[in-house]
Design a protein around this ligand. Structure first.
Ligand SMILES: [Zn+2]
Length: 240
């Protein structure tokens, strides 16, 4: 069976059909016509795991924190819990990787990241393009000196230059929602949504996309204080 995947790019986007690789990853799914894959996760607890991190952010803790915030936000609105798996051996529903070598980047170099909607095997998996893009927790330009230090570039560079980077926090939420089955929401229907098809740096989910997610998984009313605090943390960004 072919699965649709999201191709989230800066300037254009497309939905691709790829045949998923087989995996022993056990999944529990149920039918839902509004999902990209026509399926959603059926378990009360949905799991995610950061399998590889990016060299453009030192250490691994910052990426973990960014994804934690992204999935906390998504999970606030639905009855299911979305939890992080830390165990090396455990297999998660949503597996996150930063990859230079994904063959998809060769034919789609402008793709920032992609995610598979709920399905067996690679369903739920998210991959960030580190072959052509630099990822940071804030999406702000990076100094050439820092990029040289991190080994992201080599050779002589004008040290006054700054390099463009992309916001992991926004993209984590966008791809995280795809991994739950949420499709793109066109700008005309919901301007400034995390799920607009093009990279926009938006980190806080708008009501229209919350409604879409809740339409599939059911509603949970978030605690107002908890929601406010989480939004503040997400807007402030993970310090690095
Ligand atoms: Zn997308």
């Amino acid at each position: 069976m072919k699965q649709k995947i999201c191709v989230h790019t800066e300037g254009s986007y497309e939905i691709k059909s790829l045949t998923p690789q087989l995996s022993t990853h056990p999944t529990n799914l149920k039918n839902e016509s509004r999902s990209l894959s026509k399926k959603i996760w059926a378990n009360d607890v949905i799991t995610w795991k950061l399998e590889t991190d990016t060299t453009s952010i030192e250490g691994r803790k910052i990426e973990q924190e960014v994804f934690k915030l992204a999935f906390l936000q998504i999970g606030l609105y639905i009855p299911n819990r979305i939890v992080q798996l830390n165990k090396q051996t455990a297999d998660a529903d949503i597996r996150i990787n930063f990859s230079k070598t994904d063959s998809f980047w060769t034919s789609h170099p402008s793709t920032l990241a992609f995610a598979y909607p709920p399905a067996d095997g690679i369903g739920g998996d998210i991959t960030f393009n580190t072959k052509n893009y630099i990822w940071t927790p804030d999406g702000k330009p990076m100094s050439v000196t820092k990029a040289l230090d991190l080994g992201l570039i080599s050779g002589f560079q004008n040290s006054n230059n700054k390099l463009k980077t992309f916001d992991v926090q926004h993209t984590a939420c966008h791809e995280g929602l795809h991994a739950m089955g949420v499709p793109h929401i066109e700008k005309s229907a919901c301007d400034g949504a995390v799920m607009n098809p093009y990279y926009n740096g938006q980190r806080i989910m708008l009501q229209c996309e919350i409604d879409y997610l809740q339409g599939m998984y059911g509603k949970k009313q978030p605690n107002a204080t908890q929601l406010q605090n989480l939004r503040k943390r997400i807007q402030a960004g993970v310090p690095y």
